[in-house]
Unconditional design. Structure first.
Length: 459
């Protein structure tokens, strides 16, 4: 709760910086506030907040996922100076909305009640509807905002219908009371239907196929930094909410939903990787890549053990770092060339070698190539699931192999032309280079020494 309040006060301060026409300072206010929140996340919760434990509890898992979300948000704020340079009149609003969305994520990390779950999802989502359409002069951005809003409202309807059925069956919104009811009444039809409806609603939020249809258009149309935020921080929050709900509230009826989830995983891995191959636009390809990673992540529900939460956090952090690494390169290209086709990246390595190397290491990590963090993340989840779902693991391995093809297309575009197509004297800033080097180091270090993740986050 302390972290939640600090991020909220930071968001208010960033907003008022814009009110007093000092919007350029909003980014620095956000970074400072997030660093304070990151430090506080390592401290014990104040006893004053214990009275709210039945609704929200900042336990070990909530603290871990909050820390990784804050780190990723800080990296994105560092990139905001260049990415939002065309939004000088309303920079403070953009940073504030990102912070409010992060607040929704932090609520999802600690929810103990279905009401808190609903509030977290809405606080996470509503700012994103505005952020997706923040580039007012771009019709794609306007389209992204409308599509995201409509699909978000549709998913919320499923969620509330499911919550109503769960409450009607169990008589409670409390997660642990629902857990007890599921264990005692595993064949209750209304309860099982409510659980499936909530699974569908959260499948929309995390982009599990076939509920992913909004993702490619929304990710492509949104400003690149907002896309990076949605593909990383929002994905972390939404997937952890799904993980917590299904493994605590509905663990007693696993047999009723695990088969449905398995079918969704197969559809997701096949559809996302095949569609990724068919793309000629790098931003849209990364959108389908993001969908495919939800398929890999969903294997965490098979072979559950005491390390499952840690494995999930490691994978999400590795994936989010890689996402920032690729998207910072895409932000640069999109700003200079106003497009994100593969051709737009031709010869980038000759002009900005550090950016190209960062994007390459990030793409290799996404593909699960050894000595990268992505390999260790996939290996941990696949190893956990191999005994209980060998066929799904095989499908995931084949999907990973297929993904290498479309990642290599972008890498080849950056490195193999003999001369650069970037006719500009503009160069990336020192901040950009520092973030790039940090991401390269983190992805390789976590791939070679995976225990570093646990040590750095106080585990």
């Amino acid at each position: 709760m302390s972290v939640l309040i600090i991020i909220f006060l930071t968001a208010v301060a960033a907003l008022f910086a814009g009110v007093f026409e000092q919007g350029k300072f909003s980014r620095y206010i956000g970074i400072l506030g997030l660093m304070i929140a990151f430090y506080v996340s390592f401290l014990p919760e104040l006893s004053f907040f214990h009275q709210y434990q039945h609704m929200y509890e900042f336990g070990a898992n909530a603290a871990l996922f909050t820390k990784i979300s804050i780190v990723i948000t800080i990296l994105l704020f560092f990139l905001g100076g260049f990415s939002f340079s065309n939004h000088r009149n309303h920079q403070s609003e953009l940073y504030t909305l990102m912070l409010f969305s992060l607040i929704g994520g932090v609520i999802l990390f600690g929810f103990q009640n279905l009401v808190t779950l609903f509030l977290g999802i809405e606080i996470l989502s509503i700012p994103l509807y505005v952020l997706a359409g923040s580039n007012k002069t771009d019709l794609r951005s306007n389209e992204a905002s409308i599509k995201y809003f409509l699909m978000g409202a549709f998913a919320t309807g499923f969620l509330l219908f499911g919550v109503a059925l769960i409450y009607g069956s169990s008589g409670s919104f409390d997660l642990y009371t629902i857990h007890k009811f599921a264990v005692d009444h595993p064949k209750d039809l209304m309860f099982n239907l409510g659980a499936i409806l909530m699974l569908v609603a959260l499948a929309f939020k995390v982009s599990l196929a076939p509920f992913h249809m909004w993702s490619p258009d929304v990710y492509q149309g949104s400003p690149a930094l907002i896309t990076a935020f949605m593909m990383s921080v929002v994905k972390i929050a939404a997937f952890f909410a799904l993980f917590k709900l299904m493994t605590i509230g509905f663990i007693g009826i696993t047999g009723e939903w695990i088969t449905i989830l398995g079918v969704l995983i197969i559809i997701t891995l096949f559809l996302a990787n095949v569609m990724g191959l068919a793309q000629s636009n790098a931003k849209r390809m990364l959108a389908y890549s993001s969908v495919s990673h939800v398929g890999y992540l969903s294997l965490i529900f098979y072979g559950m053990n005491s390390l499952s939460s840690y494995n999930l956090a490691f994978y999400l952090f590795a994936y989010s770092l890689a996402t920032v690494g690729v998207m910072m390169c895409l932000i640069w290209v999109e700003k200079l060339k106003r497009e994100t086709s593969y051709n737009a990246f031709k010869g980038l390595a000759h002009t900005e070698p550090i950016l190209a190397v960062t994007a390459t290491v990030s793409l290799l990590s996404m593909a699960g190539i050894p000595i990268t963090a992505g390999f260790m993340g996939k290996f941990a989840i696949f190893a956990q699931a191999i005994d209980s779902a060998p066929f799904l693991v095989l499908v995931a391995v084949l999907g990973s192999a297929l993904s290498i093809a479309y990642y290599l297309r972008l890498i080849m575009a950056m490195f193999f032309p003999k001369e650069s197509s970037f006719k500009t004297s503009e160069r990336v800033s020192l901040t950009y280079n520092i973030v790039a080097v940090f991401i390269i180091f983190a992805l390789v270090a976590m791939g070679v020494f995976p225990d570093l993740f646990a040590k750095q986050f106080g585990l």
